[in-house]
Design a protein around this ligand. Structure first.
Ligand SMILES: [Zn+2]
Length: 503
């Protein structure tokens, strides 16, 4: 009797508390308006921000804007040195390069060129080379085309077999080739150098060769040289008259004699993640992250990649969700867990900012309950089959924590009633979106994540990704859903449990 009465009382009490919480959350969600989002995104995706490329002045302007905003709404700085967590970025320029084969000097741009993504430094005298055909590899094995390439110079054919023989599956090979050329893949194979046989020689000579930016210094220690068919013939000591002849070259190790010298200078640049914190109360040593990337693709000449959807929309959503939490805290309703609002850079370069943060965390990753990551929430997937004005793709709720999906669903049902479309959780989905934004670096370290995403569209990674194409009503709906979810996760009794191993 007593027990039942107690249960009935607590149920009554719980539902009253819940109703108050609901009203309270709804009160603060109301600051996430289309107008407020538009006002901020119009600044973030403006020409003045120059496309926000990592380690450029445009990125730094965007960082300053976000920092000032966090300050203005009363968030605390996320690092001991302020709101910006700086991380190093490098960029090489070539000073000189020379290649000679059997003591005959080759001419740069006539016979060989260098990949700007892989400028190295050193002196190499090479006695043998592994010819590995297209150098196709599955990432599981440390080889190219089944050959042992450890500590070897490797020669591969540029492109895919389909370039020569159109009957072969061009797409598969293109994907495998993309995998081959990733700096991490080249580095992980522990090869000494890579020669890529390319058709287009001679090339127009460039006044200077500036390398692509990179974050990992080890990535740029392996020289990557494009060579002409004639150079390949000299190195392999085989007659090769046209590209088709490469098909007849047997894969394997070849004695040779060539020397290569490369000198470069390295610029030390930097970029940052901007972090604003709203301290929690009784669970302040646990954290709920809301993240988005504020960098984009920058500009070339007069062309600017505005990145309004990618990911100005996510950045703006983080600012507005932070506004809602900060307002609640000012009114005496701070979150139980500490809220960490982090906008990162380097995403478009390869998830650098989130990689740096999760390798140098400022708040314990073990005590980080969840990362809600927002990347592209202002547009509509033209291929969307359901109610295109009321959906968002959610990715990752089936991984790491069995808490994510039911909470996400119940919050959505209670407040929003959007279509939460989970098609991209299918492990067979070739887009692999789960691996393609910043939440993945949290997931890698065991932190449960939800990734909010509108899908791709014709303006994706084009200069035409502009503010006028954003649907602010839909963006506000999505922003509110994420706010309610963050609110629930910040205030519930337990952290997201971690009961599903990362595959
Ligand atoms: Zn992007």
């Amino acid at each position: 009797m007593m027990k039942n009465l107690f249960v009935a009382c607590s149920l009554l009490l719980a539902s009253t508390v819940f109703a108050q919480q609901k009203d309270m959350a709804a009160k603060y969600a109301s600051v996430i308006t289309p107008a407020a989002l538009k006002e901020k995104l119009t600044v973030i995706a403006s020409a003045g921000m120059e496309g926000r490329e990592t380690a450029t002045s445009g990125q730094k302007k965007a960082a300053a804007y976000i920092e000032n905003y966090f300050k203005k709404i009363g968030l605390q700085p996320g690092t001991p040195n302020g709101y910006q967590l700086q991380y190093p970025v490098y960029q090489d320029s070539l000073i000189a390069a020379s290649l000679s084969i059997n003591d005959n000097a080759a001419e740069m741009y006539q016979d060989f060129t260098l990949s700007p993504a892989f400028l190295a430094e050193g002196n190499w005298h090479v006695q043998d080379v592994v010819f590995a055909s297209y150098g196709l590899s599955d990432s599981a094995n440390n080889n190219f085309d089944g050959l042992n390439v450890t500590n070897k110079w490797v020669m591969v054919i540029d492109g895919t077999p389909a370039d020569i023989d159109s009957t072969e599956a061009a797409k598969t090979y293109a994907n495998m080739r993309a995998n081959r050329m990733k700096p991490s893949n080249i580095r992980n194979k522990n090869i000494k150098g890579l020669l890529i046989i390319k058709r287009a020689f001679p090339e127009p000579a460039a006044a200077s060769l500036k390398g692509a930016m990179y974050m990992d210094k080890k990535a740029n220690s392996v020289p990557v040289i494009y060579i002409s068919l004639q150079m390949a013939a000299s190195i392999l000591q085989q007659p090769l008259n046209n590209f088709k002849d490469l098909k007849t070259v047997i894969r394997g190790i070849y004695p040779t004699s060539f020397s290569f010298n490369e000198q470069k200078t390295t610029l030390n640049l930097n970029s940052s993640n901007v972090i604003g914190v709203l301290p929690g109360t009784d669970k302040k040593n646990q954290y709920v992250f809301v993240t988005a990337h504020y960098d984009h693709l920058g500009k070339k000449g007069n062309t600017i990649w505005y990145g309004a959807d990618d990911d100005g929309s996510g950045t703006t959503s983080v600012l507005q969700i932070a506004t809602a939490f900060a307002k609640a805290a000012k009114d005496g309703h701070p979150p139980r867990r500490t809220m960490v609002f982090m906008t990162v850079s380097g995403e478009e370069k390869g998830l650098w900012g989130s990689d740096y943060y999760t390798d140098h965390p400022l708040f314990s990753l073990d005590s980080t309950s969840v990362d809600l990551n927002i990347d592209m929430v202002g547009r509509i997937d033209p291929g969307y089959k359901g109610d295109s004005l009321n959906y968002v793709y959610t990715i990752g709720e089936d991984k790491l924590s069995s808490d994510l999906l039911p909470i996400s669903d119940s919050i959505n049902k209670r407040y929003n009633n959007m279509e939460l479309d989970r098609r991209f959780n299918d492990p067979k989905d070739p887009n692999r979106f789960y691996y393609r934004s910043d939440h993945f670096n949290f997931a890698k370290h065991g932190v449960p994540v939800i990734f909010y995403f509108n899908g791709v569209h014709a303006d994706y990674h084009q200069p035409s990704d502009t503010v006028d194409k954003i649907n602010f009503n839909l963006m506000a709906k999505r922003g509110k859903l994420i706010f309610y979810t963050a609110w629930a996760m910040a205030n519930r009794d337990n952290m997201m449990k971690r009961d599903i191993p990362l595959k």
